[in-house]
Design a protein around this ligand. Sequence first.
Ligand code: SAH
Length: 340
Amino acid sequence: MNIYGKTLKELESYFLDIGEKKFKAIQVYDWLYKKRVHSFDEMSNIKKSVIGKLKEDFNIKKISILRVQNGKDVHKYLFSLSDGQKVEAVLMNHDYGNSLCVSTQVGCNMGCVFCESGRLKKVRNLETYEMVLQILMVEEDLGVRISHVVLMGIGEPFDNYDNVMRFIDIINSDYGLAIGARHITVSTCGIVPKIKEFTSERRQVNLAISLHAPNDELRSRLMKINKVYPLKEVIKAVKDYLKENNRKVTFEYIMLKDVNDSDECALELASLLKGMMAYVNLIPYNETSHIEFKKTDRDKIMRFYDILKRNKINVTVRREFGSEVSAACGQLRSNFEEAE
Ligand code: SAH
């Protein structure tokens, strides 16, 4: 059991179970997340017998950095996990802070046809500690503080729900990484039962939905998941979420040339989202080895943007990061595997 996978609550009950005071959990968190020690022996305010017990029950191993690629305002990390599996994380320097895009699974089963991550089917879920360590390793390597976390790396967060929620608990805890809930964004391709479960938890983190198409016919062609949970159900679940939680929802919409970027698509999208307190984020497609997909030209993106604006939809265009370091989901890993 890796210590970086324990929530504060779990660690508190661990200490109670071994007959110690529960505030020891806060002390351990302080060593792990504030002082950033590398071994239990450095936890100098904890008595020897307890250190011995911690060593018996936990390990404090890190994951390793296999490769780093640096671009303008972007640093892309490839990690090797203890079983040799590889995942990626991407750090983006924004004017408002540093945002890390974290992976949640090794591979992905969602099978979106434009996405690089799905080229490798899901091998396994990431453990909570493997997500926490992506943040710690990048912070240590670059000597920066990460202020924002987006769960938009390899994998589907809602297909690894429990580990992802525990990850959020750890990084959001004041005694942990203290990253504000409003600075954490979970992105899903639209697994409706999990959107409902997430709604009932009333967390303050941001929810993003990968929409990418304004109707079922097109969405089912691009995203296999739409055959299981069609648009109507996704939109209904989001409306219920908005009713329950006073939080903003973002719909992500990748702009694929001549696929989903027509004026008709923009109008259809506007009518689909009419009256919802939602934002659309237009994402310039990051071209990958899926050569059948090209990115929409800038002018066309702005035309799509204007149509949404005129129809009173809140819309932004995502700044492009890292195309020079192939930062689209899963690209570094798949390039690495091909080179090997
Ligand atoms: N599985 C989750 C989160 C990971 S993907 C989800 O689907 O939301 C994060 C976002 O990146 C999704 O909106 C996904 O559709 C998008 N994406 C995938 N490949 C991309 C590419 N080549 N260029 C731009 N965005 C991409």
